[in-house]
Design a protein around this ligand. Structure first.
Ligand code: BG6
Length: 489
């Protein structure tokens, strides 16, 4: 494999919540993969900080086990793992007290390197940790903090959180993660839109009939029932991941691929988003797998709340009130326990104004589908003549560019979203992170929708395990003469 990896400057990364699920599944295996790829300098330090009493040797054992479990195929040999683990240490810390902070301060003292603090903890602790970082002299101008979602649960809490963080850090020190922005194809969205002449002139309500964004998952709520039942698909997925995808597909071309240029344009999209009409929102809750209820229970059993009104599925229709998009529907859909794991953005172009082919009774539309996962790639449906005799019969065929086929997979290094984003933190590049005003604008759009459900005592519709969601979601498009793309892998 030809490596195009550019090593980052050396750094100290403190992971608060360093023994937690996200650290073990994503952050630490991701760092190890970057180490294997030669991107992480040999003198960089990673300090796990969490409540559990443990020494650094114990932490290294924990990380070794996490990498064995979640490291993925690219993890390299044992000797390299040994060298990586040597760069790790651990400090038991009390986020709400003084325990461990002196030790951390000592460890971070006087280093002339990038300093990053990853808040991989419950949001309730963000303020406590930020305050202590300042109290112990670690919130200097060079420090960067990385904050995980959920960033608040509504506009008010997000604002309060922004305000708290702003007490100790400047906006250019705060990296709010939305891991969808780190996905390869999500970045490709911008390359496709702004690196080609072909699409941009057609990218507006004059040529586009509608746009669909689907993020379908096969997993259920798993062990996260308590968190999820207080959030639901709207807060867990739409307010952040789907909103970000919508921004990237709909935004005006930024003048440069630079953090604020991109984020300014995304913010304008969110602020121009219409509130969906109540009948343009469909909520659902998944049912148990038939004959296998014990293993795959229904939503309410999984979250242990027999009267839950939280949605595990949502489909909605909205519009963007600006010159480019006025009148073009955007349909968003996401859910758990659906028929396939599939994230896809589909741009459906309008019909040709007039058909010159007499034999042609059908409706032919160019469809550009951008597949985020799995099998990342882009397909453009084009209309051609069906080969052979029989007159001008038209058929639609895909111009397919599945990246794994087009680009030799052996030659392309796969970088997980978290790996990319952590390296961006070290590089000091905020382009793929959410700015405070963006998060607030997203909540300002989401809140009234959720409040509407609460006021109406809205109850989500049940939907079958392994389906495409409640049938009402199909109706949402059908009554406008449209249809969802099939959810397939
Ligand atoms: C997380 C949500 O942010 O994204 C989860 O909290 C969801 O509920 C996950 O499963 C989906 O991420 P991915 O990368 O698997 O599509």
């Amino acid at each position: 494999m030809v490596s195009r990896v550019i090593p980052v400057d050396t750094f100290d990364l403190v992971i608060f919540g360093g023994t937690g699920d996200l650290a073990r599944r994503k952050i630490l295996p991701g760092l190890f993969r970057r180490f294997c790829a030669g991107q992480m300098p040999a003198d960089a330090r990673i300090i796990g900080a969490a409540r559990s009493e443990m020494d650094s040797a114990g932490y290294r054992d924990m990380v070794r086990a996490a990498i064995a479990e979640f490291g993925g195929e690219q993890a390299c040999d044992d000797a390299t793992l040994g060298r990586f683990l040597e760069q790790l240490s651990y400090i038991a810390i009390d986020a709400r007290g003084d325990g461990g902070w002196a030790e951390l301060q000592e460890a971070m003292k006087g280093t002339d390197r990038v300093e990053a603090y990853y808040f991989s903890v419950a949001p309730a602790l963000f303020g406590d940790i930020a305050e202590r970082l300042q109290k112990w002299g670690m919130a200097d101008a060079g420090a960067r903090i990385v904050v995980e979602k959920p960033f608040g649960r509504d506009l008010e809490t997000a604002r309060a959180l922004n305000k708290t963080l702003a007490t100790y850090f400047n906006e250019d020190q705060i990296y709010r993660i939305d891991h969808y922005l780190g996905k390869e194809t999500v970045q490709n969205l911008m390359a496709v839109r702004f690196g080609n002449m072909l699409f941009e002139p057609l990218w507006n309500s004059q040529y586009v009939d509608h746009i669909q964004i689907t993020v379908a998952e096969t997993v259920g709520v798993g062990g996260r029932g308590e968190y999820y039942d207080k959030s639901g698909a709207m807060r867990d997925m739409v307010q952040n991941h789907l909103m970000q995808l919508l921004c990237l597909i709909a935004m005006e071309p930024p003048a440069r691929f630079a953090p604020d240029a991109v984020r300014d344009e995304k913010l304008k999209v969110i602020r121009a988003l219409d509130q969906p009409e109540p009948h343009h929102v469909v909520r659902g809750q998944y049912q148990a797998e038939p004959m296998n209820e014990a293993e795959n229970p229904g939503y309410r059993t999984a979250v242990e709340n027999a009267r839950s009104r939280t949605e595990s599925f949502i489909a909605l229709r909205t519009e963007i009130s600006n010159w480019r998009w006025a009148g073009t529907p955007f349909y968003l859909r996401t859910g758990k326990r659906m028929s396939a794991r599939s994230s896809e953005i589909t741009v459906v172009f309008k019909d040709t104004p007039h058909s010159i082919f007499e034999e042609d009774a059908g409706r032919h539309r160019n469809v550009l589908s951008i597949r985020l996962q799995p099998n990342e790639g882009i397909t453009l449906g084009v209309t051609i003549k069906e080969p052979g005799p029989g007159g001008m019969r038209l058929i639609d065929v895909p111009l397919d560019m599945t990246f794994a086929e087009a680009l030799n997979p052996e030659e392309v290094e796969q970088v997980d979203a978290y790996e990319r984003l952590i390296m961006d933190v070290i590089r000091g590049n905020q382009t793929l992170f959410m700015r405070g005003d963006e998060v607030e604008a997203a909540w300002a759009w989401t809140d009234p929708i959720i409040e509407g459900w609460e006021a109406r005592n809205d109850v989500p519709k049940p939907y079958d395990f392994g389906s495409a969601g409640p049938t009402d979601a199909d109706q949402l498009l059908r009554r406008e003469g449209r249809a969802w793309r099939e959810v397939t892998t």
